[in-house]
Design a protein around this ligand. Structure first.
Ligand code: LMR
Length: 325
């Protein structure tokens, strides 16, 4: 953590010393998913709105598919202004804002309305404040969807997960979630998941349907269980070096474009989930399983046992606040 802070400090000095050149302001937006996902489409829509409304003053360059950075590596360039915007999934904030892992807690949200109440309420504001203390500006929460479990065998009861190697995002909550069912979690960047599944480095993973389909995980996972056991969404962030150099008018253009892109992307996330599921089924490569109420309850009971481990890390007030929303 100290090494991380020293690197950021050194790069910050260099970034602040860089002379401002004439020409449009370039906003590099780095993300890791495919263009035809809710996040990919929301980023493209944001670009269109900002470029139109700033009359060419701001040029938005969107880099999808980890083509510029993967989510883990984007944090330092983002904080030091080599990248101006990113929309990492909540888990990717673990190292420097562990409270954001709130959103990784299994079975926290009943549905997307519940999630939206949390994001737009007091808890969401507290999360934005936490990130604000780290040199970032949280601009919006973007949806993807509930996560589903996949493997090369049906995973229906918690016992089916015992000893299975699950790829996870870099989150302590996700690590504990899988330990709770005696599985073996392995952190890997999103860009490496397909080959890790193909080569048997890991056996299984958890993804929302859009990521499962657009990254073709159905080619290397024979079974998909509709478990809806956890949520994957994003916090769209810029950095203060970039933000503070913008005029009030430019900030307003970005804020309104972001608000509209959020509605656009969240709408797509809701509408597209069914079609991704149909496409997975149509591939004929993956069998889709649905949990019975009893099976789902068994997962929930076992996974909820991890909450107390995070009362001090995330904050019991945030966890209780989210549950009460
Ligand atoms: C993952 O690593 O699985 C996700 O963060 C990918 C994404 O951004 O949806």
């Amino acid at each position: 953590m100290r090494k991380f802070s020293l690197i950021v400090a050194a790069l910050l000095v260099a970034a602040l010393a860089t002379p401002v050149l004439a020409g449009p302001i370039v906003l590099k937006f780095s993300h890791v998913v495919a263009v035809d996902t809710p996040k990919g489409q929301a980023a493209e829509y944001f670009k269109k709105l900002v470029e139109e409304r700033s009359h060419g003053e701001i040029k938005v360059e969107v880099y999808p598919n980890s083509s510029l950075f993967n989510d883990k590596d984007v944090m330092i360039p983002l904080m030091t202004n080599s990248v101006q915007m990113a929309a990492p999934s909540f888990s990717k904030f673990t190292k420097f804002a562990p409270q954001v892992q709130l959103f990784d807690l299994p079975f926290l949200f009943n549905d997307s309305d519940h999630l939206h109440r949390v994001c737009t309420g007091e808890v969401g504001q507290k999360i934005l404040n936490v990130v604000g203390k780290k040199g970032l500006v949280g601009l919006s929460f973007w949806d993807n969807g509930f996560k589903q479990l996949s493997a090369n065998k049906p995973i229906l009861n918690p016992e089916d997960a015992a000893g299975v190697k699950f790829r996870i995002m870099s989150s302590k909550v996700l690590e504990e979630q899988f330990h709770a069912v005696h599985a073996n979690p392995q952190v890997l960047p999103f860009s490496e998941v397909y080959s890790a599944l193909q080569q048997g480095v890991v056996d299984a993973c958890e993804n929302p349907l859009s990521n499962f389909y657009t990254k073709k995980f159905f080619e290397v996972q024979k079974d998909l269980t509709l478990s809806n056991h956890g949520y994957l969404g994003y916090l769209v962030v810029t950095n203060k070096i970039f933000w503070n150099k913008l005029s009030d008018t430019q900030k307003e253009v970005i804020k309104t474009a972001m608000a509209e892109a959020t509605v656009y992307g969240n709408d797509l996330a809701l509408k597209m989930a069914d079609s991704y599921l149909q496409k997975v089924k149509d591939s004929g490569k993956t069998t889709v399983h649905t949990l019975t109420a009893d099976q789902r309850l068994a997962w929930k009971t076992q996974m909820l046992t991890i909450y107390p481990k995070f009362y001090n890390v995330i904050g019991k007030d945030l966890i209780d606040g989210a549950l009460a929303n």
